[in-house]
Ligand binder design. Structure first.
Ligand code: GLN
Length: 245
């Protein structure tokens, strides 16, 4: 059995759970896991015992400082750190901030992160005037790659730059049109390379997956499918010492 947890302390966790349950019933998903007869299930994670049941975890959008505080209060921060060192995690929006190695503008007094994905990220980076918007995303790695994905951005973070990490390459999964990028960021001296990175709104590094927007707020489950098929199944099969079927 493959159990995917959704951290359920704050934010849009129910929407993620519904999207996964829809996915597990979808014919396109059943075809992709042909030959793998495991049962897929979800669990809302609020305690270490919940986390121990999971092969992978989604950290939803919400408010990254609040989620970090609640993780500490529920004694989940250290177990989640240990989990993140080996198992797949998908962070959406606030979850992406928690997965990042560097926050350019952390909350005053500091902000705890899991520090797993080699990006420098700016909270609320699209500027205060554009707190919330939708944009068509290029998704070359998803099913039906010619069909753009509607990205829902809500006080979303911006990936300011990719950090050097030769051991773990970053795979680009989705981009936003560059003319929609904010004119300025909190980093001065933005290079052309950084500018290119800033249009990245979904990426994968090893087991981990990061999206700065909210795929769970649409009916389009292609990002959930990507996470489960590419990140989770790869991990589970490797853990069992088998080849991908
Ligand atoms: N601005 C939020 C934060 O800093 C993220 C917003 C979201 O998850 N929709 O955590």
């Amino acid at each position: 059995e493959v159990t995917i947890g959704i951290l359920a302390l704050q934010g849009a966790f129910i929407e993620h759970e519904h999207a996964l349950q829809r996915l597990f019933m979808a014919p396109s998903f059943l075809r992709q896991r042909k030959g793998i007869n495991w049962k897929f299930s979800t669990v809302q994670v609020r305690s270490t015992e919940d986390l121990e049941r999971c092969s992978a975890l989604i950290i939803p959008g919400g408010e990254s400082t609040t989620i970090a505080l609640l993780l500490r209060l529920s004694s989940l921060l250290e177990p989640l750190r240990a989990f993140s060192a080996t198992k797949p995690i998908w962070g959406t929006c606030a979850g992406a901030i928690l997965l990042a190695k560097e926050i350019a503008n952390p909350k005053k007094g500091g902000q705890e992160v899991l520090g797993q994905v080699s990006v420098r990220i700016e909270r609320n980076g699209w500027g205060s005037q554009v707190e919330s918007f939708e944009a068509p995303l290029e998704v070359p790695k998803l099913r039906n790659p010619d069909e753009p994905f509607t990205g829902v951005f809500i006080r979303a973070p911006v990936i300011l730059s990719l950090l050097d990490d030769k051991d773990a390459p970053i795979e680009e999964i989705a981009r936003i049109p560059e003319d929609l990028l904010p004119a300025e960021s909190c980093d001065t001296n933005t290079s052309k390379e950084d500018r290119h990175a800033q249009a990245l709104v979904a990426l994968r590094q090893g087991n981990h997956f990061l999206t700065t927007f909210h795929p769970e707020l649409t009916e389009d489950d292609r990002f959930h499918e990507f996470f489960v098929v590419e990140c989770v199944l790869d991990y589970v099969l490797k853990a069992k010492g088998k080849q991908r079927l």
